[in-house]
Design a binder for this molecule. Structure first.
Ligand code: ADP
Ligand code: MG
Length: 256
């Protein structure tokens, strides 16, 4: 493994047509860290995630993956870089007509068509066990809870042993306890797999619970307002950032 940071963002401007969403973004994501992209609704978090995984082209600037300029690379190299990614999208729905094992197995089959159905099913069962769903192989998505669906989505994202795991708003639609359990799972997976995790969230318990560092995108100025550990940002951040990090605090204290 190289010592290069898995992801470097340089002077990145993101836009839809002539509408700029964020400009001048600069940060590096270190190997093995849980890096959070945070900010209010509509500030460009999901858009940034799509830029990091090569689904959207920068209006300006670069995204380097393992030191390689993603968009300057040939198509074949880009595909190779993307093989290291596992992604759980915000809308990360499972295929409802397939069991959990089949949902994960389909991804494995697409990448490794040489494997037998039994080998694929065994690998899929292993991935489900990794996310705490041992024994749920034959369940259909409609038969399990929201938190378990997210876990199954994670198992699917982990199907090809990614070095970098991207997760968009994992706790959306989950109750606080399921959300906390999912955060604990993400932390455990980072520790056991040694993966780098890039997570989009605006949830304070997740940010303070598992983020090593975070970048805050400000919708008003369309810039990255701050970068650092949540604790440092809370202590030394700009007023609007501290407001973001302390909002609804009494609710949180009641839940804790
Ligand atoms: N496909 C698209 N075309 C045009 N505008 C978009 C598209 N997707 C998102 N946007 C706009 O870009 C801004 C950032 O969106 P998004 O990245 O989804 O924000 P977040 O994930 O932080 O809530 C929003 O104003 C949104 O309306
Ligand atoms: Mg979003």
């Amino acid at each position: 493994m190289s010592d290069r940071p898995p992801i470097v963002v340089q002077d990145l401007t993101m836009a839809y047509g002539s509408r700029v969403i964020q400009q001048g973004l600069n940060f590096q994501i270190q190997r093995g860290e849980i890096f959070v992209i945070m900010g209010g609704s509509g500030c460009g978090k999901s858009t940034l995630l799509r830029h990091l995984i090569g689904l959207q082209t920068p209006a300006r600037g670069q995204v380097l993956i393992q030191g390689q300029d993603f968009w300057a690379a040939e198509e074949a190299s880009r595909r190779l870089l993307q093989r290291q990614f596992g992604v759980l999208f915000q809308s990360g729905a499972l295929w409802s007509s397939m069991t959990l094992n089949e949902n994960v197995g389909l991804i494995i089959e697409q990448h490794c068509p040489e494997l037998s159905p039994a080998e694929i099913a065994e690998l899929a069962a292993f991935k489900l066990a990794l996310v705490g769903l041992r024994g749920f192989d034959d369940y259909y998505p409609s038969e399990i809870s929201g938190g378990m669906k997210k876990r199954a989505g994670l198992a699917r994202a982990l199907a090809m042993d990614p070095q970098i795991l991207f997760i968009d708003e994992p706790s959306a639609g989950l109750d606080p306890i399921s959300s906390k359990n999912l955060d604990d799972l993400i932390l455990a997976l980072r520790d056991s797999l040694g993966a780098t995790v890039v997570m989009v969230t605006h949830e304070l318990p997740s940010i303070f619970g598992i983020a090593d560092r975070a970048v805050f995108l400000d919708a008003k100025t369309k810039t990255q307002l701050a970068l650092g550990s949540p604790q440092d940002l809370l202590a030394h951040g700009q007023p609007q950032l501290r407001e973001f990090l302390t909002r609804g605090q009494t609710e949180m204290e009641q839940q804790a």
